[in-house]
Design a protein around this ligand. Structure first.
Ligand code: HEC
Length: 231
């Protein structure tokens, strides 16, 4: 007899547990709907990172050498140049190693001379001279910029590292290459060319607009006050 009652109690307990479990499963299935939204953000972030990464390889703006070389940290550039010494001797009259001696390389012809260094055909084919821009692009990704170069160096991602290094390489010469005059890009030419006339014209044009705007504001306030009264 007692066993019957125990069975009833056990049954009630089990039934309750089953209900609880069903409710849990049901509620979990509801919550499960939300998590996909969070992963969604993660995926978006990844995509953004990917797009940023892919954007980086795209044309990097060239520094204004007249400005950046004047403020470059040549001592830091010297430190960075130690990364090159594994393959390059940078001293005057130094030997060629895995790579050519780099004394006076800034503004020098590309892939030529260097005491008969055996340049790759890719380097020779590129031609031209090692301008600041060319060094800046090459040192970011040697093999990305000159495909087939023998220089197996990953490159320096940091633009400021490259600027400091190039500033040091510039001084590493009998007569350092000239620094071009500062040229604050497209915006500068107009003001500098028309100089005095252009400057007054621009500012003077702007103040009238501003002053007219200021007077306009108080009147505007009145009209605005009107509508509310109507409504
Ligand atoms: C792993 C060895 C290695 C490292 C490290 C290396 N280079 Fe080179 N570099 C070379 C080789 C090899 C060449 C010749 C490339 C060719 O002929 O294609 C070269 C060529 C060059 C040239 C072209 C020289 C000319 O006269 O045309 C420049 C400039 C240069 N390296 C700069 C650097 C700088 C700056 C660093 C340090 C940030 C550096 N390299 C690090 C191996 C190296």
């Amino acid at each position: 007899m007692d066993s019957w009652e125990w069975n009833k109690i056990a049954g009630a307990v089990l039934g309750t547990l089953i209900f609880v479990m069903v409710i849990r499963i049901a509620s979990e299935s509801i919550f499960e709907v939300e998590p996909p939204a969070k992963p969604g953000y993660v995926v978006e972030g990844v995509e953004e990172t990917a797009s940023t990464t892919s954007a980086a390889p795209v044309e990097e703006a060239m520094p204004d050498w007249g400005t950046v070389l004047a403020s470059a940290d040549v001592a830091k550039g010297h430190d960075i140049s130690h990364k090159c010494e594994q393959c390059h001797d940078l001293s005057k009259g130094g030997p060629n190693k895995i790579g050519p001696n780099l004394w006076g390389v800034v503004a020098a012809p590309r892939g030529e001379g260097r005491n008969g260094f055996d340049f790759s055909s890719a380097m020779k084919a590129k031609g031209g001279t090692w301008t600041y821009d060319e060094l800046f692009k090459f040192l970011k990704s040697p093999q990305g910029y000159i495909q087939g170069t023998k220089m197996s160096f990953a490159g320096l991602r940091s633009a400021s590292d490259r600027i400091n290094l190039i500033a040091y390489l510039r001084t590493n010469a009998d007569s350092p290459a000239p620094i071009p005059p500062p040229n604050p890009k497209a915006a500068a030419p107009a003001p500098s060319q028309s100089g005095t006339p252009a400057a007054p014209g621009g500012p003077s044009a702007t103040p009238p607009a501003g002053s007219s705007t200021k007077p306009a504001t108080p009147p505007a306030a009145t009209p605005q006050g009107g509508p509310p009264k109507k409504s």
